[in-house]
Design a protein around this ligand. Structure first.
Ligand code: GSH
Length: 215
């Protein structure tokens, strides 16, 4: 199998954490480019990541991750108990649905500041509202008690990397200051060998990407 990936993609990074943690026989390759005719022949959505299974090319990180869990059941990152599994699915979905969208307007400003100070402050405040919502959910559903890697950790870690990186570029160095449970999780995540490996790839990849975009 072959994963089309670039180091700075948060969506590809989720899948890479899973591949490293499960030690899967999946080759990680860079595509020729985004939205090139050549790549669209491989993945009609034109996006990163995509998994070539040898029979079909699957786009969409969440679909790929479910496929990999089904195909390689050893070292599972998904509980077998259906209630536990639903909660992991919940924490796979909530960051993408509510937290990442709060980052998009700030992310856009990294490439060229056009927003006023007031607008930036509003975006940062909204980011903190979404993080507080996640913190409450995290504690209410007992996720502060978990300490083994699962799919939800794979989903959230790359998003958190970008939250810290982007917020820092607007002077907010600790977006989790009011979220003790998420702070404890983020420390745990940074000490996990598979997550930290991908965080280094993300950091180097995003710096190189910014240099290319700004140069
Ligand atoms: N929902 C998709 C999102 C994938 C996505 O947006 N990937 C970005 C890279 S981080 C991309 O390919 N952007 C290029 C484009 O949209 O043309 C997933 O979960 O895989």
């Amino acid at each position: 199998m072959k994963l089309y990936s670039v180091p700075h993609s948060p969506f590809a990074s989720k899948v890479r954490i899973q591949i490293y943690a499960k030690n899967l026989p999946v080759e990680i390759v860079a595509p020729e480019g985004f939205r090139t005719p050549e790549y669209e022949k491989i993945n009609p959505l034109g996006k990163i990541p995509a998994l070539d299974t040898g029979e079909v090319v699957l786009p969409e990180s969440a679909v790929i991750m479910e496929f990999l869990e089904d195909s390689f059941p050893d070292n599972p990152l998904r509980p077998t108990d259906i209630k536990e599994r639903a909660l992991v699915n919940l924490f796979c979905q909530v960051p993408d649905t509510y937290v990442s969208p709060a980052l998009f307007p700030l992310f856009a400003q990294v490439f060229g500041r056009t927003a006023s100070d007031e607008d930036i402050a509003g975006h940062l405040a909204n980011m903190k509202v979404q993080l507080a919502m996640l913190e409450n959910l995290w504690v209410q559903y007992g996720r502060d008690q978990h300490n083994t890697l699962d799919l939800a950790d794979c989903h959230l870690a790359p998003v958190m990397f970008f939250i810290f990186d982007v917020c820092a570029s607007f002077g907010e160095t600790d977006p989790l200051a009011d979220c003790p449970a998420l702070t404890a999780w983020w420390q745990w995540a940074n000490n996990n060998e598979h997550i930290s490996r991908v965080l280094v790839e993300l950091d180097e990849g995003f710096k190189a990407f910014l240099t290319r975009m700004k140069g």
